[in-house]
Each structure stands twice: as C-alpha cells, then as structure tokens.
Design a protein around this ligand. Sequence first.
Ligand code: NAD
Length: 345
Amino acid sequence: MSKHRVVLLPGDGIGPEVVGAARRVVEATGLGVEWVPMEMGVVAFEKYGDALPGDVLEEIRRCGVALKGPTTTPIGGGHASANVRLRKELGLFANVRPVKTVPGLERPYGATDLVIVRENTESLYAGLENEVAPGVVTSIKVITEVASRRIAHFAFEYATKWGRHRVTAVHKANIMKKADGLFLACARAEAVAYEGRVHFDDVLVDALAMKLVTNPSQYDVLLLENLYGDIVSDLAAGLIGGLGLAPGANYGLDCAVFEAIHGSAPDIAGKGIANPIAMILSAAMMCHHLGDTDAYVRIRKSVRTVTRDHPDALTPDLGGKGTTRSLADAIIVEVERRRSGSVDD
Ligand code: NAD
C-alpha cells in the first residue's frame, strides 16, 4: 500500500520533543506515513537567514499535509512570524481548534466541548503596521467579505459534518461597526442556508470571555476573526487544564497543517517535561484528514484512557511526575492494545 507523504516540521523550543512523541504515536497506529523532515522557525533562521525557507512551502504544497511543532517568534522586533507567513502563503484560511474536557482532568469550570473556528489570514494579523509620526503607530485591521464568507461557510459545513448544532459568531461590532460589522453580516448571510439544521447566534467577544469561564457548556462551535480566535483559544485551553491538551489544524483548499495551539514554551524546552498530548491529538486530526478514522479514534481513546487511569504517567503541567517520553509511551501502549484488538471500548 502506498504511504502518505507528510512534511514533518519539528520547529523549535519544545517542538522537537512533542513532535517526536506524536510521530511515534502515529507510527504505532500502523498508518503508513513517509515523513519528510524539514526545518522551520529559529533553527531555519539561524541556518538560512529565513525562518520559513521556500522549499518548505514547496514541499508542503507537494505533499498536501504537514505535522508542525511550534516556532518561536521574537517579541517587538526581529523576524516576522513564520507561522503567520506559512498560513498566508499556503492559503490555510481555517484554523480549527477543538477543546474538550479530558477524563480524569475535569476542571471546576464544568464540561467543555467547544470547537474554535478561527479565520487565519487577515484581521490585525495582516501585518500592516506603520509609524505615522514619532510616537504614533497605526495597525490596520483588514476584514474582507470574501474571507469572512469563506470562514463562515467553513464553520457551518464543519458543524454539519461533525454533528454540531450551533455556530456562534464572536465579534465587537458595537465598537468596530464596519470591520466586525462586516464579519458578523457575512456570518448571518451564510447562516441562512443552514436554518433548521444549525442554530446561529452571536456574542460580543468580551461577554464571551466571561460566559466561557462561568459556563463553557453553553457553547458549541465558535466562529472568530484571527486575533479573537487566538486569544479565545488559549482561554478555552485553560478551561480544560492548559495548553498541553489543546490540538489544532489549519486547512486550506489544497493543504492542511496540523499543529497544537501552544507555542515553543521556552521556559520548559529541553527539560523533557513538555506535555505531548496536544501535539498527539493534532496528529490524530491529521490521521482523520488522511482518511484513517480508525487511527483517529484509537489515538483519542488511548489518550483518554491514559489521562483517566495512569496519573503517574502525566507530565507536571497536569500534576504528574511523568515526562514527555513516559506519557507518550503510555499512550503508545494503549494504541497498540487497541490495534491488537485486546481492548474493546
Ligand atoms: P507558550 O504556549 O509557548 O507557553 C505558555 C505557557 O504554557 C508556558 O508556561 C509553557 O511552559 C506552557 N506550555 C505550553 N505548551 C506546553 C506543553 N505542551 N506542555 C506543558 N506546558 C506547556 O506561549 P508563549 O510563552 O507566549 O510563547 C512562546 C513562543 O512561542 C513565542 O515566541 C510565541 O511567538 C511562540 N508561539 C508559537 C506558536 C506556533 O508556532 N504555532 C503558537 C503560539 C506561540
């Protein structure tokens, strides 16, 4: 059987540790993957003077799929974000981030089962910043009808495909009447075609922040612009126990790049204690995208078994004394048990 060619981008910081763990888990499922390892982020910048070399983009276009670790972006200066460039160059317009309560790690906020659908190409991430006079900087927020309709359509299609019942558009159209107003109008227009199948409503982003921490179960699919989507993703990850648990995927028309929500976590990089679950669940989403729903289900069930039954294997962010390796090993044991048919769940 021919193998799926997948570009493997370990990134930097904790990236190589968690991507290595995710790779081992995918291999344990038996899914035939030919990895194409490439460099991106600080490592690439130091070697080639470019955090996103052109051959990486070409290879992802060729393969259509990449599994990517986080990459560091310097704050307030230095090279532009390779992540933002990657998403723009490849037309990865939809960022999907499922955030679901993990058994054994229930938090005081209540059951959470959200999917964040974030527009990935514009808004304040357009990178249009100017110092118009000394001490005066403008940053332009770009919202277009084309991109807003496209992401709203994606959110409703996603909801339909995954049996979700509600899409909530998140905005600040009371203040940014034109920009957020357009985003909301596009979502409303798209909702019409799904009436009777997917309920549509909207919420101000500040109100959403409060409502999420008081009762996250009231939301289902959240549809957001780029910056709001990024901020709300981290908040939502906090509701279920932290960034180490929240996976993600970036979809375009021709390519998909799978990566966790979290960054390169320089504070714990190289210590072997990074939580690999977010990356492993991102890899599970990749298996689904590649057509192996069985591997997808097996990985997800294996993660849940480990978080519920093996607290000893968990990494310190989850209150355990385990390591990246011990946690990945425990998940691999479960994946293999399910592969051999010795677990019936
Ligand atoms: P971060 O997500 O790297 O870390 C925030 C906190 O969460 C840290 O305390 C970290 O230790 C912890 N954390 C994150 N992932 C973890 C994991 N898997 N296991 C255990 N703990 C984990 O955010 P930051 O510190 O704000 O950003 C660091 C760098 O990452 C920045 O340069 C930022 O630009 C970059 N970043 C990259 C991506 C990406 O590549 N997609 C995403 C977000 C941030």
